[in-house]
Write a protein that binds this ligand. Structure first.
Ligand SMILES: Nc1ncnc2c1ncn2[C@@H]1O[C@H](COP(=O)(O)OP(=O)(O)OP(=O)(O)O)[C@@H](O)[C@H]1O
Ligand SMILES: [Mg+2]
Length: 410
């Protein structure tokens, strides 16, 4: 039974929600509250599995409530309800630790699905915490590095990198960092609507003084607890960043995180290649167009020349819409590599996500494209974190790779 506390300042909304949920056999509304302060008191008293809360409320709003619960009653996570257009709320809610965000008006099915999903995730997390044997979360194993790569621009690397980071954090409850190595035109910050006052340029300024604490100050706080290293605010600053800086950043992040996801530009910059060599997983993206497939072939060749294990390469097809002359079989034949997963073309979900600056896995978790991202998380982390002995960060780590032969004769 999922025990739920409903917090909303409008009495009729509370009652409607309660009625709506009374038909669900696995959900029990254990309490109702009219503002955040009352919600917090009730949460302390009732210890609900989930707190379903409105954002705009007198005395204490839903964001403050989420923040207070995260520290005071961590076993009672929130699902936030808000009306369309409250974009800033969405960002703040996610940063405060809300697990889901429902945009009013939402359907009965959406509500119930969100409640069940959050409950399932919390249970998984509970199992992880209960293990308490040091094999998960605080693992001393360095983080697994996952690099997104494609020879062709505009195939969806950044879109996938942002959604993958959030989904990975949500699904595995592990520490995830996202690094935007598209130094000239990186748009991770725009896709996640992040404050751009700090970026990799501050890493340059820190010089040799860069350590875990300094880096922590530089990282932006993304949704679902994902820490983000943003690209410089303008392209000319990109030249200041050297391979040395990138190496220092990656070394620090590998010590303090479970997963580091790296978004890259299409150019084969020296430090992109280095990060690829450091990676346990390389995600190669293509779409179903002839130029993209040609470039995917070249990308796979580059990876081969870097001695990257084929088993650590995940080939993904994006924008699958059923109208192409190519299908999975013909791509696999053409590229000589198995297609691990496909992401559907979804102008609506992607459009909304890009416009609102929030991941579609959060805005529309039930959309087919969000399911596809969760499927990719499953491929990267084959078992739920903590489920198998010795798993957790690095569960999918490929064996140590031999040094590269040298691309372009290096
Ligand atoms: N599955 C999809 N469905 C609908 N639109 C998509 C999909 N994938 C990508 N797009 C669109 O393509 C645009 C480009 O995606 P994105 O910026 O992630 O590509 P990229 O590979 O990072 O490009 P670049 O190489 O220029 O950095 C997105 O803003 C989005 O509008
Ligand atoms: Mg990009």
């Amino acid at each position: 039974m999922i025990r739920l506390l409903i917090v909303d300042d409008i009495a009729s909304t509370r009652e409607n929600l309660q009625k709506l949920l009374s038909f669900e056999e696995d959900i029990q509304v254990v309490g109702l509250a009219g503002d955040g302060k009352e919600g917090l008191e009730e949460a302390h008293r009732l210890n609900p599995d989930i707190v379903l809360t409105d954002v705009n409320m007198p005395v204490m709003d839903g964001i403050q409530l989420t923040e207070r619960l995260a520290t005071e009653v961590p076993g009672s996570p929130t699902i936030i309800m808000s009306v369309q257009g409250e974009r800033d709320y969405l960002r703040r809610a996610m940063q405060a630790g809300a697990r889901e965000y429902l945009v009013k008006p939402f359907s009965h099915d959406e509500l119930v699905a969100a409640i069940r999903r959050v409950h399932q995730l919390e249970q998984k997390k509970g199992v992880t915490v209960m293990r308490g044997d040091g094999q998960q979360g605080q693992s001393s194993r360095p983080a697994e590095v996952i690099v997104l790569f494609s020879g062709k621009g505009g195939v969806g690397k950044t879109l996938l990198a942002t959604n993958l980071a959030v989904a990975l954090s949500n699904e595995t409850q592990s520490r995830v960092a996202l690094v935007d190595l598209d130094l000239q035109f990186g748009d991770v910050g725009v896709m996640l609507n992040l404050d751009h006052s700090r970026s990799i340029t501050d890493v340059v300024d820190a010089g040799e003084g860069l350590d875990a604490d300094v880096l922590n100050e530089i990282l932006a706080q993304g949704p679902a607890g994902v820490r983000v290293l943003l690209a410089p605010i303008s392209p000319e600053l990109a030249d200041l960043v050297t391979g040395e800086h990138v190496r220092a950043v990656m070394n620090e992040l590998r010590k303090t995180c479970d997963y580091v996801i790296v978004d890259t530009p299409c150019q084969l910059e020296e430090f992109n290649l280095e990060v690829i060599e450091m990676a346990q997983r390389v995600v190669v993206l293509t779409t179903l167009t002839i130029p993209a497939i040609k470039d995917a072939k070249l990308s796979l060749k580059v990876l081969e020349s870097l001695n990257i294990e084929p088993s650590s390469i995940l080939l993904l097809v994006n924008r699958q819409d059923g109208h192409s002359d190519f299908n999975r079989d013909s791509i696999e034949q053409n590229l000589g590599h198995r297609v691990a997963a496909q992401l559907p073309y979804d102008a609506r979900a992607v459009g909304e996500a890009v416009t609102r600056g929030a991941p579609f896995v959060t805005l529309q978790p039930e959309a087919e494209i969000s399911r596809a991202v969760r499927e990719i998380v499953g491929l990267l982390v084959p078992e739920p974190a903590g489920a198998a002995a010795g798993s957790g960060a690095g569960a999918a780590v490929a064996p140590d790779k031999p040094r590269r032969r040298g691309l372009f004769g290096r």
